[in-house]
Design a protein around this ligand. Structure first.
Ligand SMILES: O=C(CO)[C@@H](O)[C@H](O)[C@H](O)[C@H](O)COP(=O)(O)O
Ligand SMILES: [Zn+2]
Length: 195
């Protein structure tokens, strides 16, 4: 079993290498996009299913609370947390609408709407991002595999090139932590524009 554990850690390292070589510049673009939007008074809406729902909440918590710096709270909402809203929309309109309806209710032009999907194909995430675009929001996808149906329709995709859902999720949470760190330092700390 130790061999299997070592093999999984090795595959984690390989995915991290791919994140570094293929996604560092895109992640920098995401930092600029999010920092600019928040600086201009817009907010972040974040969603995903299963483990990615946890990642959505994690991202919103770092933004509303803090990452490492003492600073004012910034606006971010995870669309995965209110069981009354989720069950009402799911029950009355279908599970595909659970995020779209919240985007309709909460998003404003200029907001950044973030969808997290390891397959890139979750219909409820796709429907919400689609409406967000129509409403004049910026859209970001933390995706996996080949980016799926969501990849081509978001403004910025961060697609972890792996077929393995947990490894993709590990790529996502690593990028989410780097994003939170750099957005915070870009807005309140030691990172000037374009540094
Ligand atoms: O965390 C895991 C697997 O590691 C699961 O809960 C996983 O997130 C769920 O199967 C999701 O429904 C997958 O959806 P998606 O990432 O393809 O959009
Ligand atoms: Zn998982």
């Amino acid at each position: 079993m130790t061999g299997e554990i070592k093999a999984q850690l090795q595959s984690h390292r390989e995915v991290m290498e791919l994140v570094e070589s293929r996604l560092a510049e895109r992640l920098e673009a995401a930092v600029e996009l999010v920092a600019t939007a928040l600086s201009e008074g817009n907010k972040l809406l974040v969603m995903g299913n299963g483990g990615s729902a946890g990642d959505a909440q994690h991202l919103a918590a770092e933004i509303v609370g803090r990452f490492k710096l003492e600073r004012r709270g910034l606006p971010a909402i995870a669309l995965t947390t209110d069981t009354s809203i989720l069950t009402a929309i799911g029950n009355d309109y279908g599970f595909e609408q659970v995020f779209r309806r919240q985007v309709e209710a909460l998003a404003a032009p200029g907001d950044v709407v973030v969808g997290i999907s390891t397959s890139g194909n979750s219909p409820n995430v796709l429907a919400a991002l689609s409406l967000a675009r129509e409403m004049g929001c910026r859209t970001v996808g933390f995706l996996g595999r080949d980016g799926g149906t969501i990849g081509p329709m978001v403004d910025l995709d961060l697609t972890v090139p792996s077929q393995d859902t947990p490894r993709i999720q590990e790529g996502h949470i690593t990028m989410i932590h780097i994003l939170c760190d750099l957005v915070e330092r870009r807005m309140f700390g030691d990172l000037a524009t374009n540094s």
